[in-house]
Write a protein that binds this ligand. Structure first.
Ligand code: SF4
Length: 315
């Protein structure tokens, strides 16, 4: 092995060690930015010029589909002058370190799944669209299929930190095809605004994608039938936080029979996501005296998300 090859090998081992230590520190994703990479680790053609990108490969400094541009925060991620959680600060610092490593070792992270892609390499939007089409043709629950106008898949930005999980579509949702659009949806919008968030920056979905007749509670077998869709949807979205609205959402996701009253006030976990439980807006319309408790839940959620807590309570 000549001296140049040995030098290249040493560089690669050093960078691989750095990358591995970042992985062990919990860094799952890193923005790839073109930086001054060591010449030995930079892919070059025979003339010493930078090799062109492969077909379908984004050029340096060009974001992938659905990927925010450099310095652009993800939806509902605290901005520069907003408070952020310790976890967020640590991740930001690690990203800065990791950027240089990954830029210098372009193939080293090939096994990682970028947040903007799913395991099969599809963009989030594409993956959701494919799942949506499956749901639209689903006939697993004959009674629901007979009565539904349309399936209600979910709405919002795929690149979100927070998913709001409800129970099932009601009459308005069944007619329009979007979750939480009736009176309960209006209250949910107020709850979202009180958290200083915007509905369009979240993702809202239900446990069931089809409306139960007369808005009855979903049957256990219907929840089980639809669960694979819910799990796949959440696996694509990979939110940091899930807020369960009501008993069906909380008990289905967490696979428990514990009442909502006892699930509230605790940070649960579903896969990598932190889960907060609160009351369903439709229940709050019937029981306005519980709004204070729901506001406590939202404040817990905001604290977990690193959002400074406003003092006003939604009406
Ligand atoms: S509720 Fe879910 S599982 Fe049942 S028919 Fe609708 S989409 Fe299919």
């Amino acid at each position: 092995m000549d001296e140049e090859s040995q030098r290249i090998g040493a560089w690669r081992r050093l960078l691989a060690d750095q990358l591995e230590s970042l992985r062990r520190a919990g860094v799952e994703q890193m923005a790839v930015r073109q930086t001054a990479a060591p010449p030995a680790a930079c892919p070059r053609d025979g003339n010493g010029t930078a090799a062109p990108p492969r077909a379908n490969e984004p050029r340096a400094n060009e974001p992938r589909a659905n990927e925010p541009r450099a310095n652009e925060p993800r939806a509902n991620e605290p901005r520069a002058n907003e408070p952020c959680s310790e976890r967020g600060r640590e991740r930001g610092a690690a990203d800065d370190v990791g950027t240089a490593v990954v830029a210098a070792l372009p193939d080293a992270g090939a096994g990682n799944v970028h947040r903007g892609e799913t395991a099969d390499g599809m963009g989030l939007g594409q993956s959701l669209d494919r799942l949506r089409r499956e749901v639209e043709s689903c006939a697993r629950c004959p009674e629901l299929v007979r009565n539904r106008t349309r399936t209600v898949f979910g709405v919002g930005t795929p690149r979100t930190r927070l998913c709001l999980l409800g129970e099932a579509p009601g009459a308005d949702e069944d007619r329009i095809g979007e979750p939480f659009v009736g009176r309960a949806g209006e209250l949910l919008n107020k709850m979202i605004a009180a958290c200083t968030l915007r509905r369009e920056d979240l993702y809202i979905l239900n446990v069931l994608k089809c409306r139960p007749p007369d808005n009855r509670t979903p049957e256990p077998n219907e929840v089980e039938n639809c669960r694979p869709y819910l799990e796949r949807q959440l696996d694509i979205l990979r939110p940091e936080f899930i807020c369960c609205l009501g008993a069906v959402a909380a008990q289905s996701l967490l696979r428990t029979t514990t009442p909502v009253g006892k699930l509230r006030g605790v940070v649960h976990a579903w896969k990598e996501a932190k889960v907060i439980v609160t009351y369903h807006p439709a229940y709050l319309l019937r029981s306005p005296n519980q709004k204070r408790a729901a506001w406590d839940d939202l404040q817990l959620l905001m604290a977990q998300m690193g959002i400074s807590v406003p003092h006003s309570q939604p009406g």
